[in-house]
Design a binder for this molecule. Structure first.
Ligand code: GUN
Length: 300
């Protein structure tokens, strides 16, 4: 039976450590860290994620606010919001919540964020720093997965890793971080042939395909480490019961086979939020010089 990599517990450790760091540095910095989330439209899941991020900020002493534009907003209006936040001394971190509704151009919006405030690690400068192995703000979900793996004692050196999904939010930076940890990485995607065969060879499988229940037990090599990035609302099992959350992995089938597995919910999701807080405090410290003691290091 797999060992569960519990993101809730590890994220709570990060929050405790960040709360202490913020409290210790507040007097020197003169103002608390500030995180602004730019949201466009009314995607329901985005609303839930943005709310969770704001609550988590409150727990560690980060001031947060949401700039919510209607889906009908123009590119220029959203760009102007981002420019105002770039210039706002109370704002250390800016997150443009994805997805951005068509016809707006999400790439241009991400490019407009000041790289020093890019706590999502999605600006080309920060992605370039990641590729080059240089210090910089790192994408939150893959950084959170690296922290979970390190904390779970998973050795990445030389292992065969498969990442399913090639988004800039998860798949691409995940592949690079795993390579930098000396794993041998394959990035699979919707056009990959024989995906099941690739999966069966993987010693580490990161499922970020956005397809509920894609990975079943017959795709998983016994003893593999399985990380599930998917989060989907499944219909209630019976009338009158609540909808449940489901990942890209069929948990009940895979848990008996894997050596380690992340549950959904309570695995990757809380770690994404913890890394966002970590990046925001890091950006605040860089900008305000809130003391010299480094934050606990993140696995690269
Ligand atoms: N949408 C879903 N997850 C994320 C995330 O981690 N960052 C951003 N910007 N948008 C998201």
């Amino acid at each position: 039976m797999a060992r569960r990599l519990n993101g809730r517990v590890l994220a709570a450790h990060y929050e405790t450590s960040l709360r202490t760091s913020v409290a210790q540095r507040l007097a020197t910095a003169g103002c608390p860290p500030g995180l602004a989330v730019v949201r466009v439209g009314d995607d329901g899941a985005s609303g839930v994620y943005v709310g969770r991020k704001a609550q988590a900020c409150g727990r560690v002493g980060i001031r947060s606010w949401i700039i919510h534009h209607p889906a009908t907003a123009s590119q220029q209006e959203v760009l102007e919001s981002i420019c105002r936040l770039n210039a706002d001394p109370a704002c250390d971190g800016i997150l443009v919540q994805l997805p951005i509704p068509a016809p707006l151009d999400a790439r241009q919006l991400l490019l407009a964020v000041d790289p020093a405030k890019d706590v999502d690690g999605l600006h080309p400068l920060n992605l370039g720093r990641l590729v080059r192995g240089e210090p910089g703000l790192r994408s939150c979900t893959p950084a959170g997965i690296m922290a979970l793996l390190a904390h779970g004692g998973v050795v990445l050196e030389g292992i065969r890793a498969l990442v399913i999904g090639r988004s800039i939010l998860v798949g691409q930076p995940m592949g690079i971080m795993l390579q930098q940890a000396n794993a041998t990485v394959t990035v699979a995607h919707s056009r990959t042939r024989n995906l099941a065969d690739h999966c069966r060879q993987a010693e580490l499988l990161v499922a970020a395909a956005g397809q509920p229940g894609l990975v079943g037990g017959h795709w998983v090599r016994p003893g593999a480490v399985v990380v599930d990035v998917g989060i989907h609302r499944a219909p209630p099992p019976q009338q009158g019961t609540r909808a449940t959350l489901q990942g890209d992995v069929r948990f009940a089938e895979v848990e008996p086979l894997a050596s380690h597995i992340t549950p959904v919910p309570g695995g990757v999701g809380p770690m994404t939020v913890a890394m966002l807080l970590w990046n925001t405090v890091q950006a605040w410290q860089q900008r305000c010089g809130g003391g010299t003691a480094p934050l606990a290091p993140l696995p690269r």
